[in-house]
Write a protein that binds this ligand. Structure first.
Ligand code: NAD
Length: 256
């Protein structure tokens, strides 16, 4: 059980982040959910998680594209025992047309945010002699696809950051690992479908079967509960000596 542990999950008002927050709450952890939106429904979502699972759950607004917001999130949370770096965005375009501001936003949100939150969270973890950093990378942290230069670069980058943080914390009761999901049906994936339909000139069903799940041998999307369950496993005592590595949850994608 993770009772008494405080988990901060970046980008967690939807999709995988929300799934991770719910699974951590189910396991007994207090959770801090985050996005940059700061709507009434974001705060209500935290209240519902707290009530459903009998844990302390709060919402803290912070924009993961901004260094000071990333560090401020950890400060406002009062530090954390479990840090899940999940916030991420996607943009699909051939590199020569790739908008510079999209490149910069993807590197900031998908990669640099984890640098800032981890730097802010580690001193408290060291003091406690226990900590977990779980980075939500991607199968695209291990392999590439065309038209996703920024995303693939950021995800490979976060796998490298994961290994470095693991070495800097080894033997201190702190672990740092990356989860590499294949395709999980979330708003982020849903939003890629129109772009992919355009790039490949295919209809929705064909894009899902032939393009998206083409590299996922199971031909099944992973679920947010399965990714959240992997976060809980990495936070458990069974994973004390698992550090600096990646766990693929990809239906066999990276086995190909
Ligand atoms: P999603 O769009 O459902 O969720 C993204 C989350 O990030 C949202 O909660 C959103 O509010 C938040 N976010 C976006 N920009 C932010 C910002 N500037 N500041 C704070 N929060 C911000 O997408 P998802 O599919 O759940 O993706 C979550 C993570 O999982 C991402 O890092 C993504 O790259 C990764 N991932 C997803 C899949 C997939 O198939 N869905 C596969 C591999 C990896």
């Amino acid at each position: 059980t993770l009772k008494g542990k405080r988990a901060v999950i970046t980008g967690s008002n939807s999709g995988i982040g929300l799934g991770a927050a719910i699974e951590l709450a189910k396991a007994g952890a207090d959770v801090v959910i985050n996005s940059f939106t700061d709507r009434d429904e974001d705060h209500a979502l935290a209240a519902k998680i707290g009530a459903d699972h009998g844990v302390k759950a709060t919402y803290i607004a912070a924009d993961m594209s901004k260094a000071e917001d990333c560090r401020g999130l950890i400060e406002k949370a009062g530090g954390c025992d479990i840090l899940v770096n999940n916030a991420g965005i996607q943009f699909v375009s051939p590199i020569e047309d790739f908008p510079i501001e999209k490149w910069n936003a993807i590197i900031a949100i998908n990669l640099s945010s984890a640098f800032h939150t981890t730097a802010a969270a580690l001193p408290g973890m060291r003091k406690a002699g226990w900590g977990r950093v779980v980075n939500i990378a991607s199968a695209h942290g291990l392999t590439a696809s065309p038209f996703k230069s920024a995303y693939v670069a950021a995800k490979h980058g976060i796998v490298g950051l994961t290994k470095t943080v693991a070495l800097e914390t080894a033997g201190q009761g702190i672990t740092c690992n990356a989860i590499c999901p294949g395709y999980v049906l979330t708003p982020l994936v849903e939003a890629q479908i129109p772009d992919q339909m355009k790039v490949h000139n295919m209809d929705r069903e064909t894009v899902i079967r032939e393009v998206m799940l083409d590299r996922q041998p199971s031909r099944q999307f992973a679920t947010v509960e399965e990714i959240g369950g992997t976060v809980v496993f990495l936070s458990s005592a069974a994973a004390n000596q698992i550090t600096g590595t990646t766990i693929s949850v990809d239906g066999g994608w990276t086995a190909m």
